[in-house]
Design a protein around this ligand. Structure first.
Ligand SMILES: C[S@@+](CC[C@H](N)C(=O)[O-])C[C@H]1O[C@@H](n2cnc3c(N)ncnc32)[C@H](O)[C@@H]1O
Length: 256
């Protein structure tokens, strides 16, 4: 289904409903359907997957694991994950809108699709998995969940899905505080000049309300919430080869 005019990625409200609209627009590429201009993702799959596997080593070091991917989208990353899970006999539960899930292949005996807005559908996700998760991935999604649901509920739900020894990687989180710190430096300004071709200084406002944005305070509260739910939790950097490593963080939650 296509709207009369092509959807403008720069102006569409990217939340669960916004992504449902993108998924249905046949004029968009797979990366555009998940909200990324091509330059942000194309050619980065290997580096992103290596960074994920470094933080969720059971994906490659073990077999027959229960894996959950919250918000897989429809581009190359979940396809690589499906192949990896097939090769190692893992079960992979894919959780996204019905429109986004319809764009991903069914891999019998490997994938199980669970449609709906997480964490509102946690009971259904647990039922689809049929076991607690050894690995849970939620990559480049938390900032959208943050708009539609309570991020604290998201952490509670994630912790409730983890097996003993299980890990959840909440990856690729845009951190407004980290963005401010980076662009306050000369390296940050040089990065901005090279990226935009403009010599205008780039100022990320300080001490201004930032409704809907994730910053150090939000991340600290999510770490504390995961710890209160019986898990260890760590804020981690992304590998330097990743396209947005200078302004994004990863949150790793580990059930002891
Ligand atoms: C930016 S894309 C990331 C896709 C994929 N994880 C990747 O990194 O290639 C965000 C995805 O999360 C999904 N999403 C957003 N909010 C969600 C929610 N509350 N529950 C499940 N999926 C959600 C969107 O439909 C979209 O497919």
């Amino acid at each position: 289904m296509n709207a009369a005019a092509p959807i403008d990625l720069a102006t569409i409200q990217l939340d669960y409903e916004g992504f449902r609209a993108l998924a249905q627009d046949t004029r968009l590429s797979a990366h555009e359907k998940i909200g990324f201009p091509p330059a942000y993702r194309e050619g980065f799959d290997d580096a992103i997957l290596a960074d994920i596997v470094g933080k969720l080593p059971m994906l490659v070091e073990a077999e027959r694991q229960t894996v959950i991917d919250i918000g897989p989208g429809c581009a190359t990353l979940p396809r690589r994950l499906i192949d990896l899970c097939r090769d190692r006999g893992h079960t992979l539960v894919l959780v996204d809108s019905p429109e986004m899930l319809a764009l991903l292949p069914d891999a019998p005996g490997v994938t199980r699709k669970c449609a709906g807005l997480f964490p509102h559908n946690t009971t259904e996700v647990a039922g689809s998995a049929g076991a607690l998760a050894d690995a849970l991935l939620c990559y480049s999604v938390l900032h959208y969940i943050h708009l539609d649901a309570s991020s604290l509920d998201f952490i509670d739900a994630t912790a409730s899905l983890l097996a003993p020894g299980g890990r959840a990687l909440i990856g690729d989180i845009p951190n407004l505080s980290k963005r401010r710190r980076f662009f306050a430096t000369e390296r940050g300004q040089a990065f901005h000049r090279a990226f935009t071709g403009s010599n205008e200084p780039y100022d990320v406002a300080q001490d201004a309300p930032a409704p809907g944005r994730i910053d150090d305070a939000v991340l600290a509260s999510l770490i504390a919430r995961a710890q209160a739910a019986g898990c260890d939790a760590y804020l981690m950097p992304q590998g330097p080869a990743l396209p947005m490593a200078n302004r994004r963080d990863d949150l790793l939650i580990v059930r002891p």
